[in-house]
Design a protein around this ligand. Structure first.
Ligand code: SF4
Ligand code: SF4
Length: 93
């Protein structure tokens, strides 16, 4: 995920827009109409759903091309927080 760290905020937003299309969250059973209406996705990078996803009906992140490309290790990002946050939390324990 380091490619997302070494750039300024405008470049980051552009990178998010570029990769968002590869996010398979909209095909996930846990994804909701509320999340779709609010344009929520890319939870592994942007963090948990603001208020649209609360019911865990499974997570298909491990099958996403970005998951593999960026070396992600967790899942359920929409309900638990970003990969970065989850790694940081584990480090606290
Ligand atoms: S790993 Fe999950 S949250 Fe991240 S882009 Fe892929 S489907 Fe979306
Ligand atoms: S982060 Fe995982 S559980 Fe949440 S919508 Fe995306 S694929 Fe589904």
């Amino acid at each position: 995920m380091k490619p997302f760290l070494a750039v300024n905020k405008e470049e980051r937003w552009n990178m998010y827009d570029e990769v968002k299309g590869a996010c398979v969250c909209p095909s996930c059973p846990s994804y909701t109409a509320c999340a779709e209406k609010n344009g929520e996705s890319l939870f592994c990078i942007l963090g948990m759903s603001f208020h649209c996803i609360r019911d865990d009906r499974g997570c298909i992140c491990p099958g996403c091309s970005l998951y593999i490309e960026y070396g992600m290790t967790r899942k359920d990002y929409c309900m638990k927080g970003s990969e970065k946050d989850l790694r940081w939390e584990k480090g606290l324990g």
